[in-house]
Design a protein around this ligand. Structure first.
Ligand SMILES: COc1cccc(N2C=Cc3cc(S(N)(=O)=O)sc3S2(=O)=O)c1
Ligand SMILES: [Zn+2]
Length: 261
């Protein structure tokens, strides 16, 4: 079906036809070549402050390309580190690969993919609202957390328990339990890479300050498989959702800074 941006036409490599910015100077994701990142002591001097609350997640929706947990942002704010103002939490979603494949994440580290990547999207409160911020150069800040196969993550499991309630694009249910997105931060969230980039799906706005956590979050191999129980439309009808990731694009004239030496 036309609607599937990953499977219609040539997929991500054709997005530039409708969204010329796809070939822009600050696109995402990128490969993080750890030999070329630059430690910036200023990032450690003004530590990134990530605040989440138990009451900030309202609902979960099937966007047709991922699940999305939406928030009114109450008590969930991001500041410090590379950020010059306070950003408010708006939503989190993820990108993942196919069964038995090693790909799935959007960012890669020294050319290596993780099986999935979580994105926690925040908008700059200097703007009136999310929609006003979404296309401004300093409009968004997204925390990326790599998933790696390991022990089960019961917290993420609570979100995955809702997947069966959102079987189709547009399906949405309320989250009637307390869920603190802070549960999805890796044990060590001091070490991160940061660079100026974009949304990784159309409209690909070059409005994102990326904050990519160095330490992955462990989830079970079953939980990675459960991601694929979400459904989406494909040219051959409704099927399991997977490979909803954009591969890395050229870094161009950017340096990725590290908060750690
Ligand atoms: C009016 O523009 C709007 C309105 C509503 C939502 C969006 N978005 C589209 C894609 C997109 C991709 C993101 S990612 N994978 O880089 O974290 S975050 C994000 S979004 O800002 O939610 C844009
Ligand atoms: Zn994303």
């Amino acid at each position: 079906k036309r609607g599937n941006i990953y499977l219609s036409g040539a997929g991500p490599s054709a997005w530039h036809e409708e969204y010329p910015v796809a070939k822009g100077k600050r696109q995402s994701p990128v490969d993080i070549n750890t030999n070329k990142t630059k430690f910036d002591p200023k990032l450690a001097a003004d530590p990134l402050t990530i605040r989440f609350s138990d009451s900030c997640c309202q609902s979960i929706v099937n966007t047709g390309i991922s699940f999305q947990v939406t928030s009114n942002g109450a008590g969930c704010e991001l500041s410090g580190g590379p950020l010059d103002s306070t950003y408010q939490f708006a939503q989190f979603h993820a990108h993942w690969g196919a069964y038995l494949k090693t790909t799935g994440s959007e960012h890669t580290v020294d050319g290596v993919s993780y099986p999935a990547e979580l994105h926690l999207v925040h908008w700059n409160t200097k703007y009136d609202d999310f929609k006003d911020a979404v296309d401004k150069p300093d409009g968004l800040a997204v925390i990326a957390v790599f998933f790696k196969r390991g022990k089960e993550h019961p917290g993420f499991g609570k979100i995955q328990d809702l997947f069966s309630k959102i079987p189709a694009k547009g399906a949405k249910v309320n989250i009637d339990f307390e869920f603190n997105p802070g549960l999805l931060m890796p044990p060590d969230s001091e070490n991160y890479w940061t660079y100026l980039g974009s949304l990784t799906t159309p409209p690909l706005y070059e409005s994102v300050t990326w904050i990519v956590m160095k330490e992955p979050l462990e989830v079970s191999v079953e939980q990675i498989a459960i991601l694929r129980t979400l459904l989406w439309e494909t040219p051959n009808g409704v099927s399991q959702m997977y490979n909803n990731f954009r591969p890395p694009v050229p870094l161009r004239d950017r340096v990725i800074r590290a908060s750690f030496g």
